[in-house]
Design a binder for this molecule. Structure first.
Ligand SMILES: [Zn+2]
Length: 90
């Protein structure tokens, strides 16, 4: 990833990043995120294993996603791998 690309991504994340802190992931997930995922139809694609991590490009599931990022035309997911989380938290 080039520096320019990285700066660009950081900008996007700052605007649209929905952080889900690991320690309260469960609560957020149950209260808001599940409802959100259901209302957008994203729950089904997550359950079906059709979503991929925006950073590492590996499949993201309901259990392994860490963040949802809003983009033009839809949403992308970030998984809970240490490297992926640190990429978006910097
Ligand atoms: Zn990842």
């Amino acid at each position: 990833m080039t520096t320019t690309m990285f700066e660009y991504l950081k900008k996007i994340f700052k605007s649209f990043f929905y952080p889900l802190k690991k320690k309260n992931l469960h609560a957020v997930y149950e209260d808001d995120i599940l409802e959100f995922l259901e209302s957008t139809g994203l729950k089904e694609t997550l359950e079906a294993g059709k979503e991929k991590c925006f950073i590492c490009n590996e499949p993201v599931t309901l259990e392994s996603f860490q963040a949802i990022i809003k983009q033009e035309g839809g949403f992308v997911f970030v998984c809970n791998k240490k490297d992926c989380i640190s990429s978006i938290n910097e």
